[in-house]
Unconditional design. Structure first.
Ligand code: AMP
Ligand code: ZN
Length: 694
């Protein structure tokens, strides 16, 4: 494989990993530490830069990531970027690990060169682990508060911030002029504990709790939470006379009634001392009433900032030092293998209970057998445990010095531990291929009934387990055949609850094909893929007929979803050849066909729900490509609306593109569209096509 090809493969792998871990993180179940995630993104950015990927294709530059439905979004005057980080895992060009001190001096060497100065005054501040916010004050009065969002556009939370009562709505003694101040909304630990004690279902941690609170549509009651904000930067100003250094800026803000961490800052001209301070500060961490996840090392002279500029993802005036998460040793008592809903076999560590970052840990996922082998984890070992994203326990590594003689390597199971069927491997995973495997049946039914899938009211995991164990339910359609009397006879069920479940089942029959497909737990079919398949094929019959043709290698069918030419995109966005093979084979299997027949039999709707698509004649069947910044809509919104109207959004321009929608600063796609003679339209024209005149 050539150099470039190798990089492309690595980039593709990174893309998959990042997507996966991002989804896990958002689902509240991160599997790797924030540091490890940052490293993936760092490497991704490095490769994407080397390969010259354009912004629209880059995972890290996709907007709309942190938008909450129902909130107005606005563009930031100055993008809210993330900070470059000193990372314990970074390596130099020859692959040697790079000490933090070397990374920091390399960073300062570049600044000195760029600025042509010898000595650089440094300021070190704590990095509070909260939610970034941008606050606009005009003539000293708070006009708007906006979340970081994707860095380019954020959600307007002015009402929510105002309601807190802890963030000044007026800056003391302020004259005319406008200011955009950056700060961090945070929940003081004592306030969080006090508030959490009043909740029936406690919040997981102050950071996520704070993020959730600030996205409450109704701000009433937010003043009782005790959430506050630290201010750390003036990002933009007009008509205001401001200090010329960071430490004076903090003082200036403080004089105007804004909370700053002035007492916590450290000033020096020595990089070594700055780093030492970061390391020493860890001890102080325990004594603070707020969570910090590291420190920020900044240049103090603001006059230098403008001369430094920024890359697309990091400003050049500062770098973050992240604290390593708490790590505790414990003994690995056993390795269990669990069977998931699509048959995936996952090794799970059974640990001697150990207290880490606030909770007792006794089990931890080991993710997959490749990972297990790479870390060379053996039963009886002393392992180090930490919490990823401070929530999900991880086995980080083995303390090999404590390994007992004769400890055996874990053998990847050749058969399913539950049903004994011979296991099969697919990429890095191992599966039990038996669709009637008892564990799979149970996990699948739990998933089918769950909120994300068929959302069957009253059918929680405990009830699913009972109907499997006591009423012999095996397949989703069996659920709909359950009688009220049988349900009423189960533990902790009465006639009333049984009737409620039955009503829930009746209601669920109309959820539509997308939900059904998601509920069947077909490998590689998540929520989005399920909806996209439903929107494209419309009915289960059409989908199954297509699956049969695809499996029979009908050229037209294969070409529709997985075009041979890599420059073209298939009818279903984001469906790669390999997943298509797997999905259509599984859909065409007798087991899945039987489930569909059963569902049809009990009256479950197997068509796409009318409400999910409202085809618009001018858009249906057309392919759109987006480039540049649109005046009002985000990329995610446009994609959603075009898809709902029956159109497609693709990432790159080809002769088959019908329209290129261009906004401000359009990229190379605009030029390509011109050279291919593709119609270029603006946002207003797109809205007109969508039949939206406003
Ligand atoms: P990250 O998102 O980890 O790249 O870090 C950047 C974020 O750190 C910013 O968006 C801020 O919200 C947050 N932050 C917290 N404290 C500070 C500080 N003292 N200076 C700059 N950023 C800070
Ligand atoms: Zn099995």
């Amino acid at each position: 494989m050539g150099g470039r090809a190798r990089l492309e493969v690595e980039l593709e792998q990174l893309t998959q990993q990042i997507r996966y871990h991002e989804a896990a993180y958002r689902a509240g179940a991160p599997e790797i530490t924030d540091d490890a995630f940052d490293d993936l993104v760092d490497r991704y950015q490095e490769l994407a830069g080397q390969l010259g990927l354009d912004a629209a294709e880059r995972l890290d530059l996709q907007p709309g990531q942190d938008h909450t439905a129902g909130f107005e979004t606005v563009e930031h005057r100055v993008p809210m970027l993330s900070l470059e980080k000193l990372s314990p895992n970074r390596r130099d060009s020859s692959g040697e690990p790079m000490p933090l001190s070397d990374q920091l001096s390399a960073w300062f060497r570049r600044r000195r060169k760029e600025l042509e100065v010898e000595e650089i005054p440094i300021i070190v501040e704590p990095k509070v682990d909260g939610i970034s916010v941008s606050l606009l004050y005009a003539d000293g009065v708070l006009r708007s508060a906006v979340t970081r969002g994707d860095g380019r556009k954020g959600d307007v939370i002015t009402k929510q911030v105002t309601q807190l009562g802890t963030v000044p709505t007026k800056l003391k003694g302020s004259g005319k002029g406008e200011l955009e101040i950056r700060g961090e909304l945070y929940w003081p630990l004592t306030e969080f504990a006090r508030f959490n004690a009043t909740l029936e279902k406690p919040l997981i941690n102050p950071r996520n709790g704070c993020a959730g609170m600030m996205k409450r549509k109704d701000p009433a009651g937010l003043d009782e939470t005790g959430i506050r904000a630290f201010f750390y930067q003036i990002a933009w100003d007009e008509g205001v006379k401001l200090p010329s250094t960071q430490h004076e800026t903090l003082q200036w803000l403080s004089d105007r009634g804004a909370e700053v961490y002035l007492s916590e800052v450290f000033q020096t001209v020595s990089e070594e001392k700055a780093l030492q301070h970061c390391e020493d500060y860890q001890a102080r961490r325990e004594t603070l009433d707020y969570d910090i996840d590291g420190m920020v090392i900044k240049l103090d002279d603001l006059g230098l900032y403008a001369r430094l500029g920024a890359t697309g993802h990091h400003p050049h005036w500062g770098i973050a030092y992240k604290f390593p998460p708490e790590r505790k040793p414990t003994r690995l008592l056993d390795i269990e293998v669990s069977v998931g809903k699509s048959g995936k076999l996952t090794p799970v560590a059974i640990l001697e209970p150990v207290f880490v970052s606030g909770t007792t840990v006794s089990r931890a996922s080991l993710h997959n057998f490749v990972e297990l082998e790479r870390k060379d984890i053996r039963v009886g070992d002393t392992v180090l445990v930490e919490k990823a994203g401070e929530i999900i326990p991880q086995v980080v590594e083995v303390d090999k010095s404590k390994r007992k003689r004769g400890a055996k390597r874990f053998v990847v199971p050749h058969a399913c531990p539950t049903c004994g069927t011979e296991a099969v491997s697919e990429e890095i995973f191992v599966y039990c291929p038996n669709p009637t495997c008892p564990d799979q049946v149970r996990e699948r039914l739990r998933h089918f009934a769950s909120r994300q899938a068929m959302d069957i009211d009253g059918m929680g995991e405990v009830l699913v387990d009972q109907v499997v164990d006591k009423l012999g339910v095996r397949s989703p359609d069996d659920l709909f055949r359950l009688e009220v009397d049988a349900l009423a006879g189960l533990d902790r069920m009465g006639h009333k609850s049984a009737e409620r479940v039955k009503a829930g089942l009746e209601e669920a029959k109309g959820r539509g094909l997308g939900r059904v497909l998601n509920g069947l737990a077909v490998r590689h079919v998540g929520e989005t893929m399920a909806e996209d398949l439903a929107a494209y094929f419309k009915t289960a019959d059409a989908l199954l007929e297509f699956a049969a043709r695809y499996v029979a290698e009908d050229e037209e069918a294969v070409e529709t979803v997985a075009p041979a030419k890599s420059s073209e995109r298939g009818a279903i966005e984001g469906l790669a050849r390999k997943s298509a093979d797997s999905i259509f084979h599984e859909l065409d299997s007798p087991a899945v066909r039987e489930v569909f027949a059963g569902l049809a039999d009990v009256g479950v709707s197997l068509r796409v729900r009318a409400a999910d698509v409202r085809e618009v004649a001018d858009v249906a069947g057309k392919t759109f490509v987006l480039t540049g910044t649109l005046p009002t809509l985000t990329r995610t919104e446009v994609t959603k609306r075009v898809k709902a109207a029956g159109g497609k959004v693709s990432g790159s321009v080809s002769k088959k593109t019908h329209y290129v929608v261009a906004g401000d600063d359009p990229g190379s796609k605009h030029d390509k569209a011109q050279s291919l003679g593709v119609t270029i339209i603006d946002e207003a024209a797109l809205l007109a096509l969508l039949g939206d005149a406003d």
